[in-house]
Write a protein that binds this ligand. Structure first.
Ligand code: KG4
Ligand code: ZN
Length: 335
């Protein structure tokens, strides 16, 4: 079965073709980052309009790359939420219009399930069950994954997501949107040990996270240095490193706890922040000590993309799931 996957939940138009026998055949992504950069963040109406412009040309592009025509498609999966409602509606409308015209099933899938399953697109994918750390711009969650759709929430952020904290820290340091990769790049030039930032909620039991206090700590440090006239490039890099080290340590401590608590030997990390090199290195080290394995997707499949939606949709459609006539767009949708 050949599945067309469509991702339009935020600021990336992602399209992919996944074949249940042959795997991923083609994928394409158009990022709206440059368009939103002038505004310091995503402007929802501009995002929707750009998805309208890019979606069908990208669909034709992946079909051409895979040597297929529209008539070869056996099903269409699209991101039904969570996300920006207008942006979701574009993906859902195009998916249903195409599906209706071609007489094939259409299914709205959960964006975070897409992220969660993205490491399955790589060689040596993890077997079920596994513990997953989902770290994106909107979510920080630890989930026990027993199979497709069998998710047990182990812990989550009580306030900001890790990616959101990266983005806000970037703003404080005068870096552009999206902040995560920019903070990480700046941190490369940082001096280890100049600052020690807190590791929130690691000194008490449980698997929940909190990143809002860390954000405030960063802001206070930036303000204090600015007041003292010392917010030069090196200081900004040192703050970026201290912040990144605190996030990585915090996530690593909670992941270790989740592995110990569940007895699992497999950890999957997914979502935009899972592209972070320091986080990957920290988790590699920790899992090695536990004689466990860590699994993640290539960087372009950590952030939003169509391939993860095609894959997740394919697994669910193989089990017979489909939308019927209803376009589904759910801006807030717990997994
Ligand atoms: O999964 P994603 O593309 O979109 C959401 O579903 O939210 O995640 C985007 C988030 C942003 O907050 C971005 O700053 C962060 O992932 N991010 C990173 C890195 N790459 C993306 N954070 C830290 N280090 C990175 N290398
Ligand atoms: Zn995402």
């Amino acid at each position: 079965m050949l599945i067309l996957g469509i991702e339009t939940s935020c600021d990336e138009t992602g399209v992919a073709l996944y074949d249940s026998d042959q795997g991923l055949l083609a994928h394409a992504l158009f990022s709206q980052i440059a368009m939103h950069a002038d505004y310091g963040g995503v402007v929802p109406e501009l995002a929707s309009r750009d998805h309208v412009r890019k979606l069908l040309p990208l669909c034709d592009q992946v079909l051409a790359e895979a040597g297929k025509v529209r008539g070869d498609i056996g099903g269409i999966a699209y991101t039904a939420g969570p996300g920006l409602v207008g942006a979701l509606m574009v993906g859902g409308s195009v998916a249903h219009a195409l599906g209706f015209a071609l007489g094939i099933p259409v299914l709205g899938v959960h964006h975070m399930e897409g992220h969660l399953l993205a490491p399955m697109l790589e060689d040596n994918p993890p077997a079920f069950p596994f513990v997953a750390l989902l770290v994106s711009g909107g979510h920080t969650q630890l989930v026990l994954v027993n199979g497709i759709g069998e998710y047990e929430m182990l812990g989550e952020s009580v306030d900001d997501a890790a990616g959101e904290a990266f983005d806000k820290t970037a703003k404080m340091l005068g870096l552009d949107y999206p902040g995560g990769p920019r903070v990480a790049a700046l941190a490369e030039k940082g001096t280890p040990g100049r600052y020690r930032f807190p590791r929130p909620m690691t000194d008490r039991p449980g698997l929940d996270f909190s990143f809002s206090g860390l954000k405030t700590f960063t802001l206070n440090t930036v303000n204090a240095e600015e007041k003292a006239g010392g917010l030069d490039d090196q200081t900004r890099a040192d703050i970026a490193l201290a912040f990144e080290a605190a996030v990585v340590d915090t996530l690593t401590i909670k992941c270790r706890r989740a592995l110990e608590q569940t007895g699992s030997k497999r950890l999957v990390i997914a979502g935009g922040v899972s592209a972070n090199k320091r986080l990957r290195a920290g988790l590699e080290k920790m899992t090695e000590k536990l004689r466990a394995g860590v699994f993640y997707a290539r960087p372009e499949f950590c952030t939003d993309n169509g391939a993860m939606i095609a894959y997740a949709g394919c697994q669910r459609m193989k089990a017979g799931q489909q939308d019927g006539d209803r376009i589904v767009a759910v801006p807030r949708w717990p997994m």
